[in-house]
Design a protein around this ligand. Sequence first.
Ligand SMILES: [Zn+2]
Length: 357
Amino acid sequence: MKRLILQIILRLGRYAILPVVALACTILAIWLMIMDRYTIAALATAPIVFTIFMAAMALAIGLLFLPSRKHRSFEADEETAPGLWAVWNELDRSFVGSNRTLRVDTDFNASISEESRYAGLFGQHVTMTVGLPLLMILDQRAVRAVIAHEVAHARLRHTSGGTNLADFMAAAENVFLYADPEHTVTGYTVRILLHSLLERLEKEYRALSRENELAADVEAAEQVGREEMARALVMMEVCGARLTDLVFAPLQKEVLGAIKAPLPPFARILDQIAAIRAPGPMTAAVASLSREHDPDSTHPPFGQRLANLGYTDIPDIGEVQASAVDQLLSPDAANELTCRFDEEWPKKVQEWVSVGR
Ligand SMILES: [Zn+2]
């Protein structure tokens, strides 16, 4: 039964709530019909029936009218990112330009998502998001492997199920904007109904994501080669750790005690780029192999990802070549983007501090 519910949510996303609403409406309709004949029974059950109905309505409103997520990213057309588009085109066998959107954001990461527009009549629309720090720090070979990994997610159809599940979970949280669980019976009932479901869904989601990561690594390795995929994983691990140590950890410290806005992130990355990209020892990667894994992570441990590609040890990544950004974005785009992201940044600081990341 639980598996069935998960399957329904994977397919329908937040629309999985519609059958529940239909059931609540049916209960209400039956109750109204028996009202005349069994008045006492109807009155006695009124609180239960109304609570079920109101809870279903709150769920429906919360889940269907999800506030649109604001993109903190920038859409990159073929003029802005000719190299990235070319790599995507080369690696994606089902590439159709009109069904693809490329975005650049501020993460040291990449992701891919898929949505069916007009009920899937015109095929799937795929959006790939590549982080600007990733392009600045990795070389073109590593970025190519990362894109192959993202394309593999889309090809293996990981994208729609995962997106639907994430969508459903986000929408479920949204319900409490309409029905406050502390002050309304409806909200309280909905929270009880959703709580165990969400907990289970999150667990399933993490397990599913990890399986998907490993499968995408293998699929990408078939396309770009096992060595290239492993090399990209090691580079991401090493450079990611340095990025945290040299840029984000000091930045976070300064933000917490700041009177005036500290130097923004991209200016810092540019300052530290040589140290982040330095070929040096791979102690960070070795440390990651033995580090305890975060049980809440949607990604499998680094060691498991390497083992999955057939490596028991950290492979030698060879030379770190020129930064990918100059080859993959147009000459002005990188400068413009770093400036734009850094300009927007002070507005986010307040929010950042209050979230307390
Ligand atoms: Zn992935």
